[in-house]
Design a protein around this ligand. Structure first.
Ligand SMILES: [Zn+2]
Length: 64
């Protein structure tokens, strides 16, 4: 593991994409000549592809 990775407990998964910020979206059922499907990469707008929640003041939720 690279030394510049912050500890896991300091990183929060992006709630919008749940840690999967970039997904391939098929745009057609027609395959390309090489047999692959044409896809577009859709990037999560909230975390901008990082997969982690943007830095923002933490809200303490009290569910009582
Ligand atoms: Zn996201």
């Amino acid at each position: 593991m690279p030394a510049n990775n912050p500890p896991a407990h300091t990183m929060r998964l992006c709630p919008t994409c749940d840690g999967f910020p970039v997904v391939a979206v098929t745009t057609s059922t027609r395959r390309r000549p090489d047999g692959t499907l044409p896809t577009l990469a859709a990037t999560c707008p909230d975390c901008r592809g990082t997969g982690h929640a943007p830095a923002r003041p933490a809200r303490v939720l009290v569910a009582r």
